[in-house]
Design a protein around this ligand. Structure first.
Ligand SMILES: [Zn+2]
Ligand SMILES: [Zn+2]
Length: 178
């Protein structure tokens, strides 16, 4: 496991998996590999259900109403899923693990996502996790922009909302003139 939890990788992976839930273990492992995870052992079927439960818990962190609630929910995830950091060179190159050795894949993923989300929020800002501001779009984003003012999941949604606001302003102006 070499996904750098200090970068945005782990929190982006969490958002990606939460937004489009994996349907099979193969789908899950393929997408984790594509994100840079090294998975060196077969992943049992049971890990899919555990991963889906972990994503539900993580969405609770996303949807927390206040920063304190967000911190408390994430602290519970960290307490359940992470362990003291340790140095390892299990596949060449020293790096840190925030978990015990030889855990099931879903537990590894849980620790990675909890630690990665924690680094993201304390490093960049506690508000930098949310759902798209477009009504009807519930897509989660992890804000790694320079300004930290992301409100939409994508440029497409930002454009859609700009068009909607423009129309609303114009029709209000028309009403005022009538
Ligand atoms: Zn590793
Ligand atoms: Zn959106």
């Amino acid at each position: 496991m070499h996904l750098n939890p200090y970068g945005g990788d782990a929190v982006k992976l969490a958002a990606e998996l939460a937004n489009r839930r994996p349907r099979t273990v193969e789908d899950l492992t393929d997408r984790c590999r594509a994100a840079g995870l090294v998975i060196d052992e077969p992943v049992p079927q049971a890990d899919l259900a555990h991963t889906l439960a972990l994503l539900d818990t993580w969405e609770g962190v996303v949807d927390a109403a206040t920063e304190r609630e967000r911190a408390e929910r994430l602290n519970r995830m960290l307490a359940a899923g992470a362990s003291h950091p340790r140095l390892t060179d299990h596949s060449g190159g020293w790096h840190l693990h925030y978990r015990d050795d030889r855990l099931p894949f879903a537990a590894v993923l849980s620790s990675l996502i909890a630690v990665g989300t924690a680094f993201h929020l304390v490093g960049r800002g506690m508000h930098r996790l949310g759902r798209c501001a477009v009504a009807g779009c519930t897509t989660i984003y992890a804000d790694t922009t320079r300004t930290g003012r992301q409100r939409y999941c994508s440029q497409r949604c930002a454009n859609r909302d700009a068009v909607r606001r423009h129309r609303a302003t114009r029709s209000a102006a028309d009403t005022a003139r009538a």
